[in-house]
Design a protein around this ligand. Structure first.
Ligand code: ADP
Ligand code: MG
Ligand code: MG
Length: 528
C-alpha cells in the first residue's frame, strides 16, 4: 500500500461511513459475526427463547499492521507449540511452578490437586491436544530500529475468537472489494494487502486429528465416538464456538463425528466412566437418553477460572474428565503450563552466568534446529518479574510500590479470560490490600506501548472514532504423546501446525482488550 494514501482515512464523507456501517451490520448478521446481545443492550427477559444475535464490535477498516511483525508472529508459532508441549510434559518443572504460586492461589492449588489424584492412580491417556494462541503487541524500540513483536501472554486453554476472526477478515475483504471501497475510490481499494485467515479451518483440523489419533472405540460394545465442547452456562460468545463446530462437521463429511455441547455444570449428570482400568468417558445426550457415546476429545471452553467451579462436586467433575481416556484440550498440566508464572520464568534471564536460561531446558540449543527457534522465541520476550522474595522479586516489589515507576507496569494474577489485571497507578493500593505473603501469586510485567493508529469502531450500531492499538494473536495446534517422550520431548510430537490469526483492537486509552469482556473489538490486518 502506498504510504502517501490517507489510510485509514480520517476525513470520510458521512454518506460513505453510513453506507459502510449499513453493509457491515447486515454482513455480520448474515455470516454469524455475532454474539448474544449483552444484557445492557437487550435484557435477557426481552428474548426468553434466547433467539437474538447482535453484530460483534468490529473496526470499520482493517488496521494497518507491520508486515514484518505479522510474519514474525506466524514464523515463531510452531516453535512455541513445541515449547508448550514440552513444558506440559515436564511434571518436575510444573511442580516447582505450583510450589511458587500454589500456597497463595487456591485455584491453582486445586487444579494441581486434580493432577496429583490422577497421577496417584495412573493416567490412562498419554496423548494431549493443545489449541494455543500466542498474543503480541508491536514494540517500536529506538526510532532507528525496525519494530518487532513482544508477547503479551500465551493461552493454553479456551483460546477463543478463531471462529469470529476468520469471519472478520472475510468482512473486511468484502467491504474492500465493493465499488464503494474503503476510500470511496475503487481504484485504491485493491492496493490494501489483506492476508488470508484460516484459523477456523486450522483449529478444526487440530481437533479432527486428535479424534483420529484417539483410535477406535475402546468400549467393549464399540459405541460411536464423539467430541465434547465443554461450555459455560449463558455463553454470549457462542457463535465463535459454533463456527468451529460447523467447520469440524464439514471436514468430517465422509466420516461421522458427532459433536455435543456439554455445560460444565452438567458433567456429573451426563457423563460416566466405564468400570475397570480403561476409564472410557461415556456421554448420554439429553435428547436421546438411551444413546451412549464414547468421548474421544474434550475441548474446554470453560473451566479456566474459579467461577466455573462452584464447589467440591465441580472439582470432582474436572477430576472425572482428567482421569478419563478422552484426549483433553487441555489437560491440567497443559493448563498450568499456560500460567503467567511460567511465562515469567521463561522470560527471566538466568541469575548466574553459568546457569542456562529456563528456555533451554525445553528447547535444547545444541540441536541445530533449536538454535533458531530459541532465538526467535527469546526475541518476543519482554521484561517480566516475579513478585516473590527472590532478588528479582525484591526489585519488582520496589517498582510495584513506587508511584512513579509502577506507571509502566501491569500486575497480573494467575487468571484467564480478561478483567483480572491491575494497571499502572492502581498497583500499590491493590498490593496494600493483600497480605504480603501472598504477593508471590502475581507477576509484574512491563507495559508494551504499540504505536497507535487511527480507526473507527462499530459497536452496538454506533461509530467510535479515534486512535486505537492492536493486539495480534497467532493460533497453533499441537498433539503430543507423553509416552513417546525422550529427553527434550521433541519426539513426542505427533502434530504441530500454525494457522491463522486474530487481531483485537481497543481505544489507545483502554487497559484491557478482551472482546468478550466488552472492552475491545475484532479487527484484521492491512499489512504495511
Ligand atoms: P488474560 O489471560 O486475562 O487475557 P492478558 O495477559 O492477556 O490476560 O491481559 C489482558 C489484556 O491486558 C491484554 O489483552 C492486553 O490488552 C492488556 N495487557 C496485558 N499485558 C500487557 C502488557 N504487558 N502491555 C500492554 N498491555 C497488556
Ligand atoms: Mg489475553
Ligand atoms: Mg489469557
Amino acid at each position: 500500500m502506498a504510504s502517501d494514501l490517507d489510510y485509514p482515512p480520517q476525513q470520510v464523507e458521512s454518506a460513505i461511513t453510513d453506507r459502510l456501517v449499513e453493509v457491515a451490520k447486515d454482513w455480520s448478521l448474515a455470516h454469524g459475526l455475532c454474539v448474544r446481545p449483552p444484557p445492557t443492550v437487550i435484557p435477557a427477559q426481552a428474548h426468553p427463547g434466547n433467539i437474538l444475535a447482535t453484530p460483534v464490535p468490529v473496526t470499520l477498516f482493517p488496521s494497518p499492521f507491520p508486515e514484518s511483525c505479522f510474519k514474525q508472529g506466524l514464523a515463531v508459532q510452531r516453535a512455541y507449540n513445541e515449547l508448550y508441549a514440552s513444558i506440559s510434559q515436564d511434571e518436575e518443572f510444573l511442580t516447582e511452578m505450583v510450589k511458587q504460586i500454589g500456597n497463595s492461589d487456591d485455584f491453582i492449588q486445586k487444579l494441581w490437586d486434580v493432577h496429583l489424584r490422577v497421577k496417584a492412580e495412573g493416567y490412562v491417556q498419554s496423548i494431549s491436544l493443545g489449541l494455543f494462541r500466542s498474543d503480541y503487541m508491536v514494540h517500536q524500540g529506538s526510532a532507528a530500529s525496525s519494530p518487532g513483536i513482544k508477547q503479551v501472554e500465551f493461552n493454553t486453554i479456551a483460546s477463543s475468537f478463531g471462529g469470529l476472526s476468520s469471519q472478520t477478515t472475510a468482512l473486511h475483504k468484502f467491504l474492500n472489494k465493493q465499488e464503494y471501497g474503503y476510500l470511496g475510490r475503487s481504484s485504491t481499494s485493491s492496493s490494501l494487502n489483506l492476508p488470508e485467515n484460516t484459523c477456523t479451518r486450522g483449529l478444526a483440523a487440530g481437533i479432527r486429528e486428535a479424534f483420529k489419533v484417539y483410535g477406535p472405540s475402546k468400549s467393549s460394545n464399540a459405541i460411536p465416538k464423539c467430541v465434547i465442547f465443554l461450555t459455560q452456562g449463558g455463553e454470549r460468545n457462542i457463535f465463535d464456538q459454533r463456527h468451529l463446530e460447523y467447520e469440524l462437521q464439514a471436514q468430517a463429511s465422509d466420516d461421522r463425528m458427532p459433536i455435543f455441547r456439554l455445560p460444565f455444570s452438567e458433567i456429573g449428570d451426563r457423563t460416566s466412566l466405564t468400570e475397570g482400568d480403561k476409564r472410557v468417558l461415556q456421554y448420554r445426550p439429553p435428547h436421546r437418553e438411551s444413546d451412549t457415546y464414547e468421548v474421544a476429545v474434550v475441548y474446554m471452553r470453560s473451566g479456566y477460572g474459579p467461577d466455573d467451579y462452584s464447589g467440591d462436586s465441580a472439582w470432582n467433575d474436572r477430576y472425572q474428565i482428567e482421569r478419563s481416556a478422552a484426549i483433553k484440550c487441555p489437560s491440567v498440566l497443559t493448563q498450568i503450563a499456560g500460567t503467567k508464572k511460567v511465562q515469567q520464568v521463561l522470560a527471566t534471564p538466568a541469575s548466574a552466568d553459568s546457569e542456562p536460561p529456563t528456555l533451554h531446558r525445553f528447547l535444547k540449543p545444541d540441536a541445530a534446529s533449536n538454535t533458531k527457534a530459541v532465538a526467535d522465541i527469546e526475541r518476543t520476550f519482554t521484561n517480566i518479574y516475579p513478585m516473590d522474595t527472590s532478588a528479582a522479586g525484591q526489585v519488582a516489589r520496589k517498582i510495584a510500590l513506587d508511584p512513579q515507576q509502577c506507571q509502566s507496569y501491569v500486575l497480573k494474577p494467575q487468571r484467564e479470560g480478561g478483567g483480572n489485571n491491575i494497571y499502572r497507578s492502581t498497583i500499590p493500593e491493590h498490593l496494600k490490600k493483600i497480605p504480603e505473603k501472598n504477593w508471590d501469586a502475581y507477576i509484574l510485567m512491563e507495559i508494551i506501548t504499540p504505536p497507535p493508529v487511527y480507526n473507527m469502531i462499530l459497536r452496538n450500531g454506533k461509530l467510535e472514532k479515534g486512535n486505537v492499538i492492536c493486539e495480534l494473536g497467532v493460533y497453533g495446534t499441537c498433539i503430543w504423546d507423553q509416552n513417546k517422550a525422550t529427553a527434550g520431548g521433541a519426539n513426542a510430537i505427533l502434530w504441530n501446525e500454525s494457522e491463522g490469526y486474530l487481531l483485537r483492537t481497543k481505544g489507545d486509552k483502554s487497559e484491557e482488550g478482551g472482546v468478550a469482556a466488552g472492552f475491545g473489538c475484532m479487527d484484521s490486518c492491512a499489512l504495511v
